[in-house]
Design a protein around this ligand. Structure first.
Ligand code: CU
Length: 234
């Protein structure tokens, strides 16, 4: 009897202290008509890269579904810092395929590895151009079939530019957070930020072309929080 009481007390204490994290899930919609994507003529005309494309490749500034579902939006919680799980987090992978970065919009934690692959029969170089002090500019050549490259950044910074100095049309943008509470919206416009501790937060959605929108949210104990955000085409 005594033992059962003790167990009950321990269980009550544990639930009082360990509030259950909840997921923040949502959908992002683009309002309005985005500008027409541009042909990447230099890629099509390049002697090595051009033959990897049957059709004219275009920019992918706005990746939008039939109902306005907007991909490539970096969604994050604001006002959280020092929570990065760093190098122990699973690496994020970016590939170079047909002389284009895939994906073109990525997000990592501070210290987390960004692994860059080269799936092309073409030499690339991968040149990171951060603007926040402490984040290293790096420039590494990568042969066809060459070993993967690894990048990581110690400071939070949104949309670090990655470029290839061999192919001036190649760009990717990597956002760095010093916490794990972020996501990039998929082709269906949805995102999920997992295991958020209960509390009130500002949710920020940042798109390279459409800009920023924020929303106040509250994550309740163990329950998913559902958000619908929209950005205006610019
Ligand atoms: Cu290249």
């Amino acid at each position: 009897m005594k033992r059962h009481l003790a167990l009950a007390a321990v269980t009550a204490l544990a639930s009082a202290f360990a509030a259950t994290a909840g997921d923040v899930v949502g959908t992002i919609t683009l309002k309005g008509t985005p500008p027409k994507e541009k042909d990447i003529t230099p890629l099509k005309e390049d002697p090595n890269c051009g033959k990897l494309h049957t059709a004219m490749p275009t920019t992918k500034f706005y990746v939008v579904g039939a109902k306005g579902e907007l991909a490539d939006v970096v969604v994050s919680l604001e006002g959280i810092s020092g929570k990065s799980t760093g190098a122990s987090a699973k690496p994020v992978v970016m590939d170079q395929k047909n002389c284009i970065y895939v994906p073109q919009i990525l997000a990592v934690q501070t210290g987390q590895k960004l692994v860059v692959k080269n799936s092309d029969p073409v030499l690339h170089n991968v040149h990171s151009v951060p603007t926040v002090a402490g984040n290293p500019e790096d420039n590494k050549a990568q042969m066809p079939g060459g070993a993967d490259l690894t990048f990581s950044f110690p400071k939070a910074e949104e949309f670090i530019k990655f470029k290839c100095d061999v192919h001036p049309w190649m760009f990717a943008w990597v956002s760095v957070f010093d916490h794990p509470y972020f996501a990039v919206s998929g082709a269906d416009g949805t995102f999920k930020i997992a295991n958020v501790p209960p509390g009130k937060y500002t949710l920020k959605a940042n798109h390279r072309k459409a800009g920023v929108v924020t929303q106040e949210i509250e994550v309740k104990d163990g329950a998913p929080t559902t958000v619908a955000l929209s950005l205006d085409a610019k």
